[in-house]
Design a protein around this ligand. Sequence first.
Ligand SMILES: Cc1ncc(COP(=O)(O)O)c(C=O)c1O
Length: 481
Amino acid sequence: MMPALALVREADYARIAQRFIAGLTAQLSNSKSAKRTAEVSLGRWNVLFSVARSRNSRELFDRAVRVTPGGVHSPVRAFKGVGGTPIFFRSAQGGTMTSVDGREYIDFCQSFGPLILGHRDTDVAEVVREAIDTAWSFGACEPYSLELAEWITSRLPWVEMLRFVSSGTEAVMSALRVARAATNRNRILKFEGCYHGHSDSLLVKAGSGLAGEAASSSAGVSDQVASDTLVAPLDDEEAVREVFDQHGQEIAAVILEPLPANYGLLIQRREFIDEVIKLARANGALVIFDEVISGFRVALGGMAELLGIRPDLVTYGKVIGGGFPVAAYGGRKELMELVAPVGPVYQAGTLSANPVGIRAGLATLQKVERANAYAQLEERTANFCDELKSRLKERGLPFQVTRTASIFWLHSTTDQPIRRIEQIPSQNAERFAKVFHAALDRGVYLSPSGYEVNFVSLAHPDELLERASTVILEAAGLAVP
Ligand SMILES: Cc1ncc(COP(=O)(O)O)c(C=O)c1O
C-alpha cells in the first residue's frame, strides 16, 4: 500500500509549500533568531513531505539504470558516495534547482563548478538565445572564439596562445601531449589526490614500489600507459625530490592542481608549490597548472594569478564555458606552436569552439569582470563559511568548513589543516552522507560526496546562504549520535 503522504500530488505540494513559505515570511521579524526558528520549522515541514516528493525521481532512476550504467552519465551523480536514490532535476535558476517532483533546492553543487553566476544568469541567457538564433556550429572559422581567445590572452600574460576544446579531460590530455613533444620525454609526474580528467595516463594512483611509480586506478588502462605516469604525495617536498632524483631526466612535465579540489579541498603550502616548480625547472620538466576548477573561479587568472606564478602550460574548463562544454589549454607561444596545423602535435575536435558555448563563456567572464565578482564572492562565502564554522563549533558538532574564495568543503573536524588524502578522517564519508541526506530533506543540495567541494555563485544572496547555514547546522546535528 502506498504511504498516505505519497498521495499528496507534486502540484499540491508546490502550492501548499508556497503558501506556507509566504505565511512564514510574513511573520518573520528582523530578528535573526526568529528568522532561524521559522526556517527550522520550514525544514521540519519539508522532511514530513519527503516521501511524496521523491516519487518521480525514483521512477526515473529505475528506468535510467536499465539503459545507462548506474543510471548516470558521470559516476558521482549516482549518489554512490552518499547512498540513496539520486534526485532528478527538471529546471534551475540562480542559486536553486527544482526537482521533477516540484521541490526547490538551494544548490551548492552548481554543476560541479562552472556556474559562477548561478544557473541561467539573465544576461548570459540573452546572449545564448541570440547565439542559438545565429548558428549552432560551423566547423569553420568564426569570430566568436577569436573574441574569447583575445579576451583571455590580453588579460592572462602566461596564456600567450590557446586552443579551445570541449572538456577538461581533453584540455589536459592535449597539454600533456604538447609537453611530451616539447621535451622529447615520455613520463609525467602527478600528485596523489589531484584529478585531471579521465584520459588513460591520468587514471593512475601511487604504486607500492619505487619512488613515484604508479599503477592504473581504472580497469582498461594498460600497464604500459600507467607506467608513463609517476605519482607523488602532496605536501611532501622530500618525496618529490626523491622522484626527481630517480627520474628527473625522464619527466616531460609536472601536472598540478595548484588548488587541489577533487579530493576535498587540499590547500597546499606555498613552499610546497614553489619547491615542485623549482625541481621541475632544474630538471628540464615543464610545469602544467590544471586550473579546470580554479581558473576564472578563485580569481580571473585563477591560482596562477593568486600565486604570481607563470606555468608553462595551463588548462581551463568549467567557468570558461559558463555552463556549456568549453575548455582550453594554453601557455607559452613556442609550446603552443607545436600544435597542428602549425606544428607536429595532432589535436582536433568537431565541436571545438562551439559558438553557443564560446559566447556563453565570454558573456560570463565579461559579467564577472564587470560585477567585480571575485571580491563579492569572497566576502559572501567567507561570511557564510565563518558563521557556519563557528555555529558548528558552538554546538560542539564534529564538522568543519575549509574554504578558498567561493569554494568550500564540509568535512569532519581535524586538529591540523588537511593537505593530503590520508589526513582525511576515516569516518568522513560516512558522516558526510548523513549530513547530506538530512540537508537534502530540508531543501539544500550539497555536492553528493564527502570528497567533492561545493560552490557559491553570485546568485547565492546572503538571505539564501543564511537559510542554507541553518539547514546544514541542523543536518550536522542529526548526523552525530
Ligand atoms: C582539475 C580538473 N581537471 C580536469 C577535469 C576534467 O574535466 P572534464 O570533467 O570537463 O573532462 C576536472 C573535472 O572535474 C578537474 O576538476
